[in-house]
Design a protein around this ligand. Structure first.
Ligand code: DC
Length: 231
């Protein structure tokens, strides 16, 4: 089984994906990490994320620098473990810029499609991102599209950053979220949008346990349907 989870920045895709992956013992790929690794790689080389040639060559070189360790993905750039650096706001912005470049998306597509195919046959696989239900896994058995008001997403992000001991100004975080939404939704190649057959979940007024319970109900239904057609 493949579960696709798409949605804008800060909507809780990763939290839901990890909870589902633990609950159902499924594999999980956070595809935003790939774009973040490309963005960080470009920044570390002192180049501009909007530079198509630099971004495309960073994406094409990613296979060799992005290694799984202990079952979870850790990113290495020039032998340096940069996993924690990937989560910063600057890297998120750079990721959004490089992800609008078609050559970058093309370079990362095979890895994602292959990951989904190789892990779907065992206990199943979950991928989260922006184009999983529309481009990477259009055949996914379960598709979720999560959304929430930008103000709520900014509040959650500020809380998360402060809890991690980082400084965060609400207005700045909100502006970045709006900026990223705009770029992710309006790019020409694989823009952020719900697949026609995706289940929409607005998480603005829901806690993670509520979102998880709703998602589990959908997955259970699909599992029952698959068991029935197999018997
Ligand atoms: O989910 P995230 O915040 O880690 O993603 C960072 C950026 O990467 C996001 O702004 C857009 C891009 N992205 C994408 O274009 N397609 C994906 N499947 C995942 C992320």
């Amino acid at each position: 089984m493949i579960i696709a989870i798409d949605g804008p920045a800060g909507v809780g895709k990763g939290t839901l994906a990890k909870k589902l992956a633990t609950h159902y013992s499924m594999s999980y790929l956070d595809t935003g990490t790939l774009y973040r690794a490309v963005g960080l790689s470009v920044l570390m080389a002192g180049q501009n994320p909007a530079d198509t040639t630099a971004a495309a060559s960073a994406a094409q070189g990613l296979d060799f620098n992005f290694k799984p360790v202990d079952g979870s993905f850790r990113a290495f750039i020039a032998d340096q473990d940069v996993t924690t650096k990937l989560r910063t706001q600057d890297v998120g912005q750079a990721a959004s810029v490089v992800s609008a470049i078609p050559a970058v998306r093309a370079a990362l597509k095979d890895f994602q499609v292959h990951f989904a195919a190789t892990h779907s046959t065992a206990r199943g696989v979950i991928l989260d991102g922006r184009d999983i239900g529309t481009v990477i896994c259009p055949h996914a058995e379960v598709k979720f599209f999560l959304d929430a008001r930008p103000e709520i997403r900014a509040q959650r992000r500020v809380k998360e950053l402060r809890e991690a001991g980082r400084e965060a100004v609400y207005e700045t975080v909100l502006a970045e979220i709006i900026d990223r939404d705009d770029r992710d939704r309006n790019r020409s190649d694989a823009p952020l949008k719900a697949a026609d057959d995706a289940i929409l979940l607005d998480t603005s007024d829901l806690g993670i346990d509520d979102v998880f319970a709703k998602a589990c109900a959908v997955v259970e239904k699909q599992r029952a349907r698959a068991n029935k057609s197999a018997s």
